[in-house]
Design a protein around this ligand. Structure first.
Ligand SMILES: Cc1cc2nc3c(=O)[nH]c(=O)nc-3n(C[C@H](O)[C@H](O)[C@H](O)COP(=O)(O)OP(=O)(O)OC[C@H]3O[C@@H](n4cnc5c(N)ncnc54)[C@H](O)[C@@H]3O)c2cc1C
Ligand SMILES: *[C@@H]1O[C@H](CO)[C@@H](O)[C@H](O)[C@H]1NC(C)=O
Ligand SMILES: *[C@@H]1O[C@H](CO)[C@@H](O)[C@H](O)[C@H]1NC(C)=O
Ligand SMILES: *[C@@H]1O[C@H](CO)[C@@H](O)[C@H](O)[C@H]1NC(C)=O
Ligand SMILES: *[C@@H]1O[C@H](CO)[C@@H](O)[C@H](O)[C@H]1NC(C)=O
Ligand SMILES: *[C@@H]1O[C@H](CO)[C@@H](O)[C@H](O)[C@H]1NC(C)=O
Ligand SMILES: *[C@@H]1O[C@H](CO)[C@@H](O)[C@H](O)[C@H]1NC(C)=O
Ligand SMILES: *[C@@H]1O[C@H](CO)[C@@H](O)[C@H](O)[C@H]1NC(C)=O
Ligand SMILES: *[C@@H]1O[C@H](CO)[C@@H](O)[C@H](O)[C@H]1NC(C)=O
Length: 493
């Protein structure tokens, strides 16, 4: 009975959660309803390097495909631009016809409508070059690549980039939103490791953006698709030797020991070290796992407390970076389930905050599993070094670099589409509860920015970009007076 009442109150309250998917406003221009006409206009304008596809062409299907069905939409057509100039022509046509569109890199953002659309789907897949410049220790990376491809190309070269952790994630969205990874304590966020962008401005002009360009340089580092479409990123490279790492699984009777190990770890972080502690609930079972990566063949003593705890499975070993990355591939598989994500930012994974994560995992895990047998919750806690944000200069995100904050990832996976609103409500409730636990613990998190690559749709811009919102709005208005990029979804300034 109690459970039923709780579930009913969740279901009733849930319509409040769906304020906005971040999708563009309804259309005003009568021409915009002529989607097929726009598709044909694009097809006639672009060069031979690019192509428009209609359903059910296999290219169309892969162009609209996303990490999960909950963020995949059927567009009128898809276009694969093959040159920056063609991206410019496409943007001019979309702008003049006021046609809604979406830009997809790896298609891994979990918010519906952020890189999907019922209008024109732009898939960046033809921007697929990885070009190393050993003279400048930089690498040019096409905006259509996923990190897997970049790592594979770089593997024999002995250098690496500061990129994604899990298989399948796009370079573009990850970099434009921030990029937290194993090596962030050592080198910062991925956006701190960009030295240049090739950007197609909203009016179709192709530009190179570097630290010389005050406003665009600031905005692109955290500002996603508000300022145009990026076709190429140039990243710093670093020497990459063998690493030590892997995943270990623990039963729930080891939770106290894991908590203690995590607390001690945060006191002695070594910048070459990273851990991700995942708490999950699936099929009525609570599970804990710890992902380790040490950027050298042998770890310092930084993991000793974790390694003393008996594991139920998993392994750690010394391997190449690429083999380690590939061994994590199963972690990125959603098995065709629907997925939403949200986040909380804390200053420290203290005992009280850790307990809140565990309680919330159990509470919502059991409630939601009762609604969908395929429900899985995964909450990941990732501490970094205190110098996390000291590796870069002012950027759209994070709005405050004066102290480190750690974004946790809260992921819900399920099958039944009629539960989408319930899931969004529960996720937000969970993140708010964890935030409240950090405040109650005495942590100064009332203005701790949320990470826009993890935040659930509907999160206010101020909660992610803080005091930067006003400047970002001004930059957007100057660069895109016709609001062309407003025809695509995502966080909008
Ligand atoms: C399994 C999984 C693991 C993850 N792990 C991490 C992690 O370890 N660390 C971390 O920081 N994040 C992580 N994320 C979050 C990830 O950073 C975001 O989902 C990111 O946006 C994905 O990039 P994408 O190119 O695949 O996304 P897309 O969905 O293709 O794009 C995301 C946004 O960027 C915009 N965009 C894409 N390409 C361009 C372009 N060329 N020009 C302008 N705008 C563009 C899109 O329009 C959209 O708004 C993870 C996500 C998943 C699903
Ligand atoms: C609609 O499209 C036609 C043909 O492309 C163009 O001549 C006309 O100006 C457009 N109307 C508006 C309101 O943009
Ligand atoms: C890049 O894309 C082109 C098609 O546009 C294809 O011919 C080529 O094989 C791709 N290269 C890589 C490295 O994937
Ligand atoms: C951008 O930089 C590249 C490499 O330096 C150069 O070839 C290209 O012409 C530049 N493009 C623009 C639009 O300035
Ligand atoms: C762990 O073991 C599995 C199977 O034995 C192997 O495929 C994987 O590469 C190993 N991972 C690491 C990091 O050693
Ligand atoms: C759970 O997933 C399985 C396998 O994909 C599917 O057959 C089943 O219908 C799903 N259950 C629900 C409640 O949707
Ligand atoms: C999906 O959820 C709805 C609403 O909660 C429920 O009525 C329906 O039976 C569920 N479907 C399945 C396959 O469980
Ligand atoms: C979470 O939801 C419950 C109702 O299920 C409500 O009582 C509680 O106040 C909510 N907490 C937060 C922090 O939103
Ligand atoms: C396009 O926008 C940029 C940036 O605002 C501006 O410098 C450029 O002159 C514009 N180009 C055209 C053709 O209007």
């Amino acid at each position: 009975m109690v459970l039923t009442t709780l579930l009913l109150s969740v279901l009733c309250a849930s319509s409040l959660a769906l304020l906005s998917y971040g999708q563009p406003e309804p259309l005003e221009n009568p021409n915009s309803s002529d989607l097929l006409g726009t598709c044909n206009q694009i097809a006639a304008a672009i060069s031979g390097a690019s192509q428009v596809f209609f359903p059910p062409a296999p290219e169309y299907l892969s162009d609209i495909e996303h990490a999960t069905p909950s963020s995949t939409e059927a567009s009128a057509c898809s276009v694969e631009p093959g040159s920056a100039e063609d991206v410019g022509d496409i943007l001019r046509i979309l702008g003049s016809t006021r046609t809604p569109f979406a830009v997809k890199g790896g298609g891994h953002i979990l918010n519906p409508g952020f890189s999907s659309t019922s209008g024109v789907q732009i898939a960046m897949t033809r921007f697929n070059q990885t070009k190393l410049n050993s003279m400048t220790s930089t690498v040019d990376v096409g905006a259509g690549l996923i990190w897997d491809q970049v790592y594979k190309t770089l593997e024999p070269t002995g250098v690496n980039v500061i990129g994604g952790r899990i298989s399948g994630i796009g370079v573009a969205g990850f970099t434009l939103g921030g990029g937290y990874l194993f090596l962030s304590s050592q080198y910062g966020l991925t956006l701190d490791n960009v030295v240049g962008y090739e950007l197609v401005l909203p009016n179709g002009t192709v530009a190179n953006v570097t630290s010389e360009d005050d406003d665009l340089w600031f905005g692109l580092r955290g500002g996603f698709n508000n300022f145009g479409i990026v076709t190429k990123f140039t990243f710093k490279t670093y020497p990459q030797g063998n690493v030590w790492g892997g995943i270990r699984f623990y039963s729930d009777n080891q939770l106290d020991a894991i908590k203690e190990a995590l607390i001690k770890y945060q006191q002695k972080i070594d910048t070459k070290a990273s851990v991700g502690v995942s708490l999950s609930y699936s099929s009525g079972q609570f599970l804990c796992s710890v992902l380790f990566l040490y950027d050298a063949p042998t770890p310092s003593g930084v993991y000793d407390d974790f390694l003393e705890i008996p594991a139920t499975g998993g392994n750690v070993s010394t391997t190449t970076f690429f083999d380690f990355f590939q061994s994590l591939a199963p972690q990125g598989a959603f098995d065709n389930r629907r997925v939403f994500e949200d986040t909380a930012s804390v200053i420290q994974y203290s005992p009280a905050v850790f307990d809140a994560f565990v309680d919330q995992t159990n509470l919502w895990g059991s409630r939601l599993w009762a609604l969908d047998e395929n429900m899985t919750l995964i909450l990941t806690l990732e501490p970094f070094d205190k110098g996390l944000f000291s590796h870069g200069s002012a950027s759209a995100y994070p709005p405050d670099r004066s102290r480190a904050i750690f974004p946790s990832s809260h992921t819900f996976e399920w099958s039944n589409a009629s539960l989408d609103d319930t899931m969004a409500f529960a996720l937000r409730n969970m993140s708010n509860t964890i935030h409240a636990a950090a405040l109650a613990d005495g942590q100064d998190v009332s203005h701790a920015a949320l990470y826009p690559n993890y935040a659930l749709f509907g999160t206010p811009l101020e909660d992610m970009y803080g005091g930067n919102v006003e400047r970002l709005r001004k930059i957007r208005a100057a660069i895109d007076p016709e609001d062309v990029m407003g025809l695509s979804g995502g966080w909008k300034f």
